[in-house]
Ligand binder design. Structure first.
Ligand code: HEM
Length: 400
């Protein structure tokens, strides 16, 4: 998907084991070939913390614009206009596309949503069985972020189900790797994207001149954006904010259970917020980002040329022994924790504070709601979209 930027995985981690645990490969590459050109994918891979950070901060030499160097006449037909959003735009244009909404995602503004997020979390928990087994991914970690974004954007209640269907279609994965199946999923994604784009366009038009405090009203009335950019903004929030947060929630339970700290987090013996930061470091939902070199540059003794694509392995940077003590160990009390799971530089995640608050509330209420929660880690299937799991069966008993 172009907005969240997943492409073909490197050969070394294309299988199930590699998807679940790319960390040995990262360690080897950090040591042996920290800036490496992959002939097969025809792009660079960057593994060390300082190098990844350097590229993300140097937005002059490394553009976030995916179309950089491409034929400008290609793909710009009116039938499928490319939506321009902040995440693929460099400064100074970037500042215009982000500036109008930046305040709304600062810690103080995000805290105002706290009661609503708590309410939504409780409702979701009340729909779960009091005792027995359910799939944590399908029943909790997928729906919660969608409901939260729908609330922020101001999607009317009677369209929430439709909204959820679109959100799911946008991140649907092929069931197998036959070309029919891949095409089917692509067609579904295009359909959902079109329908949703039209729906956002209608809401944006309706809310022009309105005074609601939802994000669609904000986008509809800012002079900073044109019509296409307003739609692009709404789509971006959805794509950038959902599956990432889903994976943070899933990976938290996965890591807590794998390391036997679920009860310690429940009782407060382990600080929940520090534990969430450690999940972000240890199993970063976004393992890699891409940039394109705008000029010939040297990077850790390698000659990168203008037009070269560079993959930045956040997941490898977050386990760099130069920065982290015992980087391969999950230490829920780790502090300080300078992980870059939310990126760095001008594109630092707009939703970082929201995601942190959401995870904090979700895990707090979840563990309070269930006095017993046992995840079945015996047959893990990686989600082939970012770093997470396809499902996570949990056996639970509600707190008496
Ligand atoms: C950017 C990660 C949640 C909205 C980013 C970037 C990362 C990231 C790594 C940098 C992309 C780049 O440099 O190319 C995450 C993770 C999340 C999360 C791990 C959850 C755990 C959210 C949420 C929202 C959101 C909840 C929205 C409500 C955005 C936006 C950008 C962004 C709009 C682009 C910022 C810009 O280009 O200036 N995110 N994100 N993210 N994220 Fe998040």
């Amino acid at each position: 998907n172009s907005v969240v930027g997943v492409g073909q995985s490197p050969e070394a981690i294309r299988n199930r084991e590699g998807q679940l645990s790319p960390f040995e490969w990262y360690a080897e590459m950090r040591r042996e070939a920290p800036v490496h050109f992959d002939e097969q994918r025809e792009m660079w891979d960057v593994f060390r913390y300082e190098d990844v950070k350097h590229v993300l901060k140097d937005h002059d030499a490394f553009t976030a614009n995916r179309a950089f160097g491409a034929d400008e006449s290609a793909g710009s037909g009116d039938d499928m206009p490319m939506l321009q959003t902040m995440i693929t735009t460099d400064p100074p244009e970037h500042d215009r596309l982000r500036g109008f909404v930046n305040d709304r995602f600062q810690p103080g503004a995000v805290r105002e949503y706290q009661p609503q997020v708590e309410e939504m979390t409780k409702n979701l928990l009340n729909d779960l069985p009091d005792e027995g087994t359910f799939d944590f991914v399908d029943e909790f970690s997928i729906p919660l972020p969608v409901i939260v974004i729908a609330e922020l954007l101001g999607i009317p209640d009677d369209r929430r189900d439709q909204f959820r269907e679109w959100s799911n279609a946008l991140v649907a994965r092929p069931e197998d790797d036959t070309s029919e199946e891949i095409q089917r999923v692509q067609r579904e994604q295009e359909r959902a994207q079109k329908e949703m784009g039209r729906y956002f366009a209608t809401l944006l038009a309706e809310r022009q001149g309105g005074n609601g405090d939802d994000l669609i009203t904000l986008a509809a009335n800012t002079e900073a954006l044109n019509r296409g950019e307003r739609i692009g903004f709404c789509m971006l929030l959805l794509l950038a904010g959902n599956i990432t947060t889903t994976n943070l929630l899933t990976n938290a339970i996965w890591a807590f259970e794998a390391h036997g700290v679920t009860d310690a987090v429940r009782t407060g013996e382990v600080d929940r917020q520090l534990a969430i930061e450690e999940v972000l470091r240890y199993r970063s939902p976004i393992q890699s980002l891409k940039r394109i070199a705008t000029k010939d540059v040297e990077l850790n003794n390698q000659q990168v040329q203008a037009g070269d694509v560079v993959t930045l392995w956040l997941g490898a940077a977050n386990r760099d022994p130069e920065i982290f003590d015992a980087p391969e160990t999950f230490r829920p009390e780790r502090h300080p924790n300078r992980h870059i799971a939310f990126g760095t530089g001008v594109h630092f995640c707009l939703g970082a504070h929201l995601a942190r608050m959401e995870a904090d509330i979700a895990l707090n209420y979840l563990l309070e709601h269930f006095e017993r929660l046992d995840a079945d880690l015996s047959e893990l299937q990686p989600l082939n979209f970012l770093h997470g799991l396809e499902s996570l069966p949990c056996e639970v008993r509600r707190t008496a």
